[in-house]
Structures are given as structure tokens and as C-alpha cells.
Design a protein around this ligand. Structure first.
Ligand code: 5GP
Ligand code: ZN
Length: 112
């Protein structure tokens, strides 16, 4: 499958790893939009949140917990944001489920 994030998780495309375990991989976003901007992905290819099924519930929770753990390790004690862009109107550009973990500056609401 020609998926850039599958290749990153497999180490076929270089990335700056910040967390990894048997289910998840996390790395720095190539075009960061905040001082800390990390992508947390499942090793399994899931196209989007919309394609995650009931069988992925535990995995989805695992990704959220990983994001919180990374945020703590990165010292984001003042807060952070976790975003999952989904579909065209959601602004998704890569078709492999990913959580954006962003922090290190004041976030605004609503996002654009
Ligand atoms: P989306 O727009 O799909 O929610 O987010 C995709 C993110 O992946 C973007 O923030 C983009 O900068 C990042 N990205 C795309 N290709 C690469 C890559 O090859 N390496 C890394 N580290 N990030 C990437
Ligand atoms: Zn993939």
C-alpha cells in the first residue's frame, strides 16, 4: 500500500520518533503549526476516524493515552490540543488516521 504514514511507522521514510510501542508510533510533524506538533498514529493502517470500527475502540483509546503521555513528557503542563482532522471539510490531507498533538503556545477557539 502506498501510504506515507505506514512507511514512516515501518521506518522506510525517516521521521523524528518521540514515542513507539507495539500499537502506536509518534513523530514530529514535518510542517509544525505549534512549538510542539506531534503526530500519533496506529501502526495498523486505518484510513480515517470514519473508517475506525467497533473493533478499534481499544486502539483509539490507546492512541489518546499515548498522546497524553507524550504531552506530559514534553512538559505541556499548561495544556495542549489533540485534533483528528477527518474528511475533506475536516481538512485531512493524509489518509492514515493520526492525532495531532499540539502545544507550547496559546490555542484559539474555534479553529479555522
Ligand atoms: P492532516 O492534514 O491530514 O490532518 O495532517 C497531516 C499532517 O501530516 C500535516 O500536518 C503534515 O505536515 C504532516 N505530514 C505530511 N507528510 C509528512 C511526512 O512525510 N513526514 C512528517 N513528519 N509529517 C508529514
Ligand atoms: Zn497507512
Amino acid at each position: 500500500m502506498d501510504c506515507v504514514f505506514c512507511k514512516i511507522a515501518a521506518g522506510e521514510i525517516p521521521s523524528t520518533a518521540v514515542y513507539q510501542d507495539e500499537l502506536a508510533y509518534a513523530f514530529g510533524d514535518i510542517n509544525p503549526k505549534a512549538p510542539v506538533h506531534i503526530l500519533v498514529i496506529p501502526r495498523e493502517h486505518i484510513g480515517s476516524l470514519d473508517e475506525a470500527g467497533v473493533g478499534h475502540r481499544t486502539l483509539l483509546g490507546h492512541l489518546m493515552r499515548a498522546a497524553a503521555e507524550i504531552a506530559r513528557k514534553k512538559g505541556l503542563a499548561k495544556g495542549y490540543r489533540v485534533v483528528v482532522n477527518t474528511g475533506d471539510e475536516g481538512g485531512r490531507t493524509v489518509d492514515h488516521l493520526h492525532l495531532h498533538l499540539m502545544g507550547g503556545r496559546q490555542m484559539t477557539w474555534p479553529p479555522g
